[in-house]
Every structure is written in structure tokens, then in C-alpha cells.
Design a protein around this ligand. Structure first.
Ligand SMILES: N[C@@H](CCC(=O)N[C@@H](CS)C(=O)NCC(=O)O)C(=O)O
Length: 218
């Protein structure tokens, strides 16, 4: 196989099972940006070791390296905003839309992503929690999905007339609902919106974008 003459601009560090890593990978794919992928050995604790912590202070995945300027970016929502700024895509049409996009990003990790991802990691056996804690998480996630369901009635996208990083961010959680034990068919507006995201040019599934080992961009 012939390698690239110039390395690609972006290097994504993550873990195949990680929803936040998928959000960033999906954004890059929808933006048409090929990226090198570095598998972080989370099972071996690599993300808590000094070499990784020196670049990702929170000891989490994902981390995105922008080789054009050497930036190391953390926190998936902040990374999505950065990518929208850099590519001029999916950021919202004007200041009002950008503000609404940002609201959804904050809301997501506060109300939807945190409880849904937590229920999912417990169900997958990565973490332990008493059943009542998991039930609380599922109730919170269902309440948040209800907010999304109401908002999406009569609208194609979360903000404005086209897809934005708010849709990409929240899709990265909604697509994990089944693994958390929530049937998205109970939220028909959310289900129809998810299909619209999946129909965007450049859309790829988590399994397709995030292998269990490092991969250089094709
Ligand atoms: N708010 C962060 C959350 C990232 C996150 O929770 N990553 C998980 C993997 S999916 C992680 O690194 N967990 C290890 C830890 O928090 O110690 C983001 O959106 O990037």
C-alpha cells in the first residue's frame, strides 16, 4: 500500500467504545477531514500515565492534535467547536445559531450524555453501580430524550435549517441509547432525526470509524 506523501492534518486519540471519541471522529468524517487514529489503551490505564496526561490534562479520551499548529485539544464539545471554526462547516449560519448550538452542547453533557453514557458503561460491565443508580441515570436520560423529542417536532435539525455540530454531538449519544437499555423507537421524532444524520454525506458508524488499534489515514 502506498503511504501519503504528507501526513494528514488531524490525529485523533481515543478508544473504540467511547461515545465522545465517536463525536469527534464523526465530525471529522462529515467535514471530509481524513485523520490518523491513535488507540489509547484505556484498559491498561494509559490515559492516566504522565506521557498522556502531559497532553490531556483531564486523563480522558478523546484528544485531537492539529498538526498545522501543534494544538492538543480536549473535551469533545470544545473540539467540535474548534473543528467548525477551522473548516467553516456545521458551526451555525450566524451568531444566533452559534449561540443556540452552544446551548445544546452544554445541555447535552449536563442532561443527556452523562446519565446515558453512565448507564451504558455499567451495562457493558466496564463499571459497577447499584441498580438504583442505573435506574436514576436511565430516568434522567429518558427525561432528556423527551426534551429532544418535543424540540424536534416539526423541525429537521436542532438549530436552523441544516445540520450543525449540535446534531453531531447529540447523535454521538443518541446512537448509544440501545446499549444503555433505551429503545429509541419510543421517541419517533428523535429516531427520524437520527436517520437524517445518518443520511448526511460522509456519515460513518462508530464501528467503521473507531478500530481497536491505531490506524493511519488511508
Ligand atoms: N466531557 C468529556 C468526557 C470524556 C469521557 O468521559 N471520556 C471517557 C471515555 S468515553 C474517559 O476518558 N473516561 C476515563 C476517565 O474519565 O477517567 C468529553 O466530552 O470529551
Amino acid at each position: 500500500m502506498r503511504g501519503r506523501i504528507m501526513p494528514v492534518r488531524f490525529e485523533l486519540h481515543g478508544f473504540a467504545y467511547s461515545g465522545p471519541t465517536y463525536k469527534v471522529a464523526l465530525a471529522l468524517s462529515l467535514m471530509g477531514e481524513a485523520f490518523d487514529y491513535t488507540h489509547v489503551n484505556m484498559m491498561g490505564g494509559e490515559h492516566k500515565q504522565p506521557p498522556y496526561l502531559s497532553r490531556q490534562r483531564y486523563g480522558q479520551v478523546p484528544m485531537l492534535v492539529d498538526r498545522n499548529n501543534g494544538r492538543h485539544l480536549c473535551q469533545s464539545a470544545a473540539i467540535l467547536e474548534y473543528l467548525a471554526d477551522m473548516t467553516g462547516r456545521f458551526g451555525g449560519a450566524d451568531l444566533d445559531e452559534r449561540l443556540q448550538v452552544r446551548e445544546w452542547l452544554y445541555w447535552d453533557f449536563d442532561r443527556l450524555a452523562a446519565p446515558l453514557y453512565k448507564a451504558r458503561v455499567v451495562k457493558a460491565g466496564f463499571r459497577q453501580a447499584p441498580p438504583e443508580v442505573v435506574e436514576d441515570c436511565l430516568n434522567a436520560a429518558r427525561t432528556a430524550l423527551g426534551v429532544l423529542e418535543s424540540h424536534l417536532a416539526g423541525r429537521a435539525w436542532l438549530v436552523g435549517e441544516g445540520a450543525t455540530i449540535a446534531d453531531i454531538d447529540i447523535y454521538g449519544v443518541v446512537c448509544c441509547a440501545g446499549e444503555a437499555g433505551i429503545d429509541i423507537a419510543e421517541y419517533p421524532q428523535v429516531g427520524a432525526w437520527a436517520k437524517r444524520v445518518e443520511a448526511l454525506p460522509g456519515f460513518r458508524s462508530r464501528a467503521d470509524l473507531l478500530p481497536m488499534e491505531s490506524r493511519v489515514a488511508a
